[in-house]
Design a protein around this ligand. Structure first.
Ligand code: T46
Length: 144
């Protein structure tokens, strides 16, 4: 059972710390349905080998929920929920961010060793993306 410490909790953004199960061989983190994952997993993908000074993201999703974990290295996640910006640096495999629908996200300052694991509740669907910030602001003001 994970002892979960909440770091940030907003309507569309949750940042939590996971319990590390460690022993003299090293560490293990377990993520179970219902405890952290309140959705059925439909897709897992990961970003790695991101080039220096490259930023990614710059979009929002209409219905997708995602959990982001930097299983190696670090990355800065900037998020805009339509009202305010939040920034969090994922820099340890025992932290995760859950980002809900209607939230703009940008990923900056990837360390060369960063592996960003993403767990999602839908398959890839380009129609779920809003990739234009002005469009996103209109969308979020209509849908909240
Ligand atoms: C997100 C952040 C954290 C696929 O074919 N399947 C997939 O599952 C994904 C995620 C992407 N793609 C294709 C679509 C593009 O042609 O891979 C290419 C790169 O995708 P994108 O530019 O959207 O990648 P990022 O790093 O900007 O964003 C990704 C996710 O798309 C997004 O949902 O929240 O990671």
């Amino acid at each position: 059972m994970n002892g979960i410490k909440i770091i940030i909790c907003k309507e569309k953004i949750i940042v939590k710390k996971l319990n590390i199960i460690g022993d003299n061989r090293g560490n293990l983190i377990s993520i179970e349905k219902n405890e952290i994952l309140d959705f059925d997993i439909k897709r897992i993908y990961y970003l790695f080998g991101t080039k220096e000074n490259v930023s990614r993201g710059f979009h929002a999703h209409k219905k997708l929920n995602q959990i982001l974990i930097a299983v190696s290295g670090s990355v800065e996640i900037k998020m805009y929920d339509g009202n305010e910006w939040s920034t969090f640096i994922l820099s340890s495999p025992d932290q995760y961010i859950k980002i809900g629908p209607g939230c703009w996200r940008e990923m900056h300052n990837f360390s060369p060793d960063c592996v960003l694991l993403v767990i999602a509740d839908y398959e890839y669907d380009e129609n779920d993306y809003i990739r234009n910030f002005e469009e996103f602001k209109k969308y979020v003001s209509k849908n909240t």
